[in-house]
Design a protein around this ligand. Structure first.
Ligand code: AMP
Length: 211
C-alpha cells in the first residue's frame, strides 16, 4: 500500500497515519516530523526549515522534493509507505508523479476549520518519537509522558493561534487544490474526521476499501 494522506493541519492525519502504519506494517513518512527532528538537531535542513515553520509557511518545493525522494529510496519503503504531509503543493505532486512511484490512493480527512482551531489548542507531541496526543481526545496514560517511549510531551511551537491561522490559510491556498489534482486521476478517497479517533479510523478504512 502506497498511500498519501492529504488533510489540513490538525485534521488527524498524523494520528490516522500512525494507526494505518501499524495495520499495514509499513512506515509513515511524516515530512513535518523529519523537519522538526532536523531543527532540534541543528542541521542545515533544520536551519532552512525553522524560518518557514515558525511563520506557518511552506518550505520551498525543491528542498522538500529532495528530502522525500531520498527517504523513499530507503529499504523500509520497499513494501509500501504512508506519506503524511507530502505532497503539499501541485509542484510536489508533479515531482512525485514524475518519479514514477505508483501511489495507490490519496486519502483526505475533512474537518471544518473551527474544529481544527479548537483541536490544535490541546495537541501535544513527543519530543523524542513524534507520537501525537491531545489533552482531551487522546490523553497519555501519564500526564506529560509519551506512552510509546517515555519521552517528554510538549506543545508544538507552530500550534500557537497566530501560526495556526497562517497554516490553515496556506493549506487552503496551496494544498487543497491537490484534491482536484488527484480526483482528476481517480485516486482521491474521502473520509470525514469525527470527534472520536476510532470513528474516524472506521471512516478511513471504509474509504480505503474502494481501492
Ligand atoms: P506538519 O507536521 O505536517 O503539520 O508540518 C509542519 C510544518 O512543516 C508545515 O507547516 C510546513 O511549514 C512544513 N512542511 C511539512 N511538510 C512540508 C511539505 N511537504 N512542503 C513544505 N513544507 C512542509
Amino acid at each position: 500500500m502506497k498511500l498519501i494522506i492529504l488533510a489540513a493541519p490538525g485534521a488527524g492525519k498524523g494520528t490516522q497515519a500512525e494507526l494505518l502504519s501499524k495495520h499495514f506494517n509499513i512506515p509513515t513518512i511524516s515530512t513535518g516530523a523529519i523537519l522538526r527532528k532536523n531543527i532540534s538537531e541543528g542541521t542545515e535542513l533544520g536551519e532552512i526549515a525553522g524560518k518557514y515553520i515558525n511563520d506557518g509557511k511552506l518550505i520551498p518545493d525543491d528542498v522538500m522534493i529532495k528530502v522525500v525522494e531520498e527517504r523513499l529510496l530507503e529499504s523500509d519503503c520497499k513494501n509500501g509507505f504512508i506519506l503524511d504531509g507530502f505532497p503539499r503543493t501541485i509542484a510536489q505532486a508533479e515531482a512525485l508523479e514524475n518519479s514514477h512511484i505508483k501511489i495507490d490512493a490519496v486519502l483526505t480527512i475533512e474537518v471544518p476549520d473551527e474544529k481544527i482551531i479548537e483541536r490544535l489548542g490541546g495537541r501535544l507531541e513527543c519530543k523524542n518519537c513524534g507520537s501525537t496526543y491531545h489533552k482531551l481526545y487522546r490523553a497519555p496514560k501519564t500526564e506529560g509522558v509519551c506512552d510509546n517511549c517515555g519521552g517528554k510531551l510538549e506543545t508544538r511551537a507552530d500550534d500557537k493561534p497566530e501560526t495556526v491561522k497562517e497554516r490553515l490559510a496556506t493549506y487552503h491556498e496551496q494544498t487543497e487544490p491537490l484534491k482536484k489534482f488527484y480526483a482528476d486521476r481517480n485516486m482521491l478517497r474521502v473520509a470525514h474526521g469525527r470527534e472520536e479517533i476510532a470513528d474516524t479510523t472506521a471512516e478511513v478504512i471504509k474509504a480505503l476499501q474502494q481501492c
